[in-house]
Design a protein around this ligand. Sequence first.
Ligand code: AMP
Length: 365
Amino acid sequence: MIDRNEILSVLSRYDLKKISIATLCSHSSLQIFHGAKREGFRTVGICLADRVKYYQAFPEAFPDELVVIDNYKDILDDRVQEQLIGLNSIIIAHGSFVEYVGSKNILDLFYVPMYGNRLVLEWEGDREKQFKWFEKAGLNFPRIFRSPDEIDTYAFVKVYGARGGRGYFKVSSREDFYKKLDEKIKAGLIGENEKLVIQEFVAGVRYYPHYFYSQIYSRGLKLSKGGLELLSIDKRIEPIDEVYRGYPDIIPDYLDYTVTGNQPVVVRESFLPQILDMGVKLVESSIELFPPGLIGPFCIETVYNPRKGFMVFEVSARIVAGTNLYPEGSPYTPYLFREPMSTGKRIAMDIRVALEKGIISSLIY
Ligand code: AMP
């Protein structure tokens, strides 16, 4: 793993008056570029050659500089890394960046300074570690079945990495598990020896609150250091949501949890304390588990069950695509900021404030 001091030594050679905000053109990059431009930063897009024209189709969010690549693995090439460093780039990692480059590769081979704490990649990408984190945080999360033999109620089966729900399935028993697993393997949705997680299936309504934690700017809920802001909330759109459209039959294509889009939501105002408390617990435990802990945006993926309350089934320790709903702010941001505020812009603002205070290294690994 690259030591943080090595990254800080790259940063020490940067011209801090000419910082660029850089990311891979995918996932939430339009929002990140748009927000960074509004905060006065130069922007750098790492873009697949055949995608450039589609990004040009959004001129207000098109990056000022492009680093063109032929495939995602090129991001690790010396040529690309040197170009990014030459442009004084601070990388904003989003879901596709982590998925395509790979968290291990980022930790071991990527020398460009990144916004936030890289160590979080290990805790986010490994489901066992996530559960440890939830336990330490004291969050409610679905029961884990260590083996298919333990399944004694409806269970939900997921593959290990972030797949956006692709290939996930619900089972009712051990036998049902093996039958459906076999079908998924035959359909090429799950690999033969893929690591799986079996969780209790939680029935209820899904909410995905988007938080922002900053130690250098205390807005939002005051913590021992800094503040926790609830920037927005979304709900994901998955084919299963529309299963009723095939009624009275259940058409198998609807039995699919692939995330295809996002919808804006607000919660009952009386739920806000619980939502903020979940964020606080995750932040405080992260500081103990992998100091300095979470920095900037993160999302807790929850199901609200009428008997059990909010159950957490996953955390994304970075900007999530659900924030793309709110480039000009959400129903919550006017209560935090007088100006329009997206998560992308909030990241750029954190970087700008840190540069002004001369403490940018505290946000970088
Ligand atoms: P994930 O990749 O963990 O974010 O899950 C993708 C989708 O699977 C979610 O948006 C939910 O619709 C569904 N899901 C995940 N975990 C559970 C669970 N324990 N119970 C019910 N549905 C779940």
